[in-house]
Design a protein around this ligand. Structure first.
Ligand code: NAG
Length: 333
């Protein structure tokens, strides 16, 4: 990380053409050409763009959400199956078949929910995924199994807990095949740890004064980070008794964190700011490393690519300004 004092001055390149706010980004790096990952973006006009990072152009546009804002896009079972979720009066979850040039919705799930919470996916077996989405009741989270779409459990806080709506979700498990957990950030600023086998709340921590906008969790160090509309990042840890504890509060210059994501190698993290800026921190001590200033409106999302070759790893940021900036920051770390 030493030597990262000099921030990269400009994005490596910029993707334009969504004609709408970019809400969510997702890299798929297991393709044929490992140098060029595929980037999926979801926009407020209901479209999903599949970007070719070699040509720096859109390869395919998917239109399956009737103009409703897309908040979640994830590749599952390889690059040819995609899951997307939009929000309107109800949330619609689409499963796409993209193999051999197809772009058809093979399955869709409608559930009653009006929030704008992103979903979380976890691979729990070779062909089996868990999906966490906000549930029917305002404070509920629903866990579905894919591809069967069966409901695994509904996580509902006790009547007097009143955390409000779930705002952000992160499914995780200590080891592949072990018991899965969910970390959920709520409207009242708290983060709750749920045990999915049994659907029980294990711990609750007041992390923020305002709704938790985003969180990420490092299951190796059992340590997580969350951001809200405040000028504060909160770092918290999970002890062996499954209790969440505040580890550190980091004061920011400007208020509002729309997204926070830890890079897969757990060395750095990126935040998406309401102040139009992307910030890079060291994960170990939350040392500020770089401030990336390109966008002209709120940055909604940040996502790291997960190449096998570290020198090719990228950071993508999507903004209200309709643009996606692509940064190469590995060389500086
Ligand atoms: C989660 O719930 C299951 C089933 O009730 C239980 O066996 C397990 O010990 C729980 N795990 C934790 C960490 O509480």
């Amino acid at each position: 990380i030493a030597g990262m004092a000099l921030p990269p001055p400009d994005p490596q390149f910029v993707l334009r053409g969504t004609s709408a706010e970019v809400n969510t980004l997702h890299f798929y790096c297991g393709g044929q050409e490992p140098n060029y990952p595929i980037l999926f973006s979801g926009s407020s006009n209901g479209l999903i763009h599949i970007w070719n990072l070699k040509t720096r152009r859109v390869d395919t546009i998917l239109d399956g959400h009737e103009g409703k804002s897309v908040y979640c896009v994830k590749a599952i079972y390889g690059k040819d199956r995609l899951l997307s979720k939009s929000q309107g009066r109800n949330q619609k979850i689409c499963l796409w078949d993209l193999a051999e040039g197809r772009n058809t919705v093979t399955d869709s799930i409608f559930t009653e929910n009006v929030g704008f919470c992103k979903c979380s996916l976890l691979k729990v077996a070779q062909q089996c995924w868990l999906l966490a989405v906000p549930g029917k009741d305002l404070d509920e989270v629903q866990i579905l199994e894919l591809p069967t779409k069966t409901s695994v459990c509904t996580l509902k806080p006790e009547v007097d807990a009143k955390p409000g709506m779930p705002m952000c979700l992160k499914l995780w498990q200590p080891d592949f095949g072990s018991c899965p957990f969910l970390l959920a950030g709520y409207e009242d600023g708290s983060v709750i740890l749920w045990n999915l086998s049994g659907g029980k709340m294990l711990s609750r921590l007041a992390c923020h004064q305002e709704p938790v906008m985003s969180l990420d969790f490092d299951s190796e160090k059992t340590k997580g980070i969350s951001g809200s509309s405040e000028k504060m990042l909160s770092v918290w840890s999970l002890d062996e008794q499954q209790n969440l504890k505040i580890q550190k509060m980091h004061k920011l210059v400007n208020a509002g964190i729309a997204d926070v994501t830890i890079r897969q190698d757990k060395k750095i993290l990126a935040t998406a700011g309401w102040d139009h800026r992307i910030r890079i921190f060291g994960w170990k001590k939350l040392k500020p490393l770089a401030m990336l200033d390109y966008h002209t409106a709120t940055v909604h999302c940040v996502s790291f690519s997960d190449h096998s070759r570290p020198s090719e790893r990228l950071l993508a940021a999507g903004s209200k300004d309709h643009r996606i900036s692509i940064w190469s920051i590995y060389n500086q770390t």
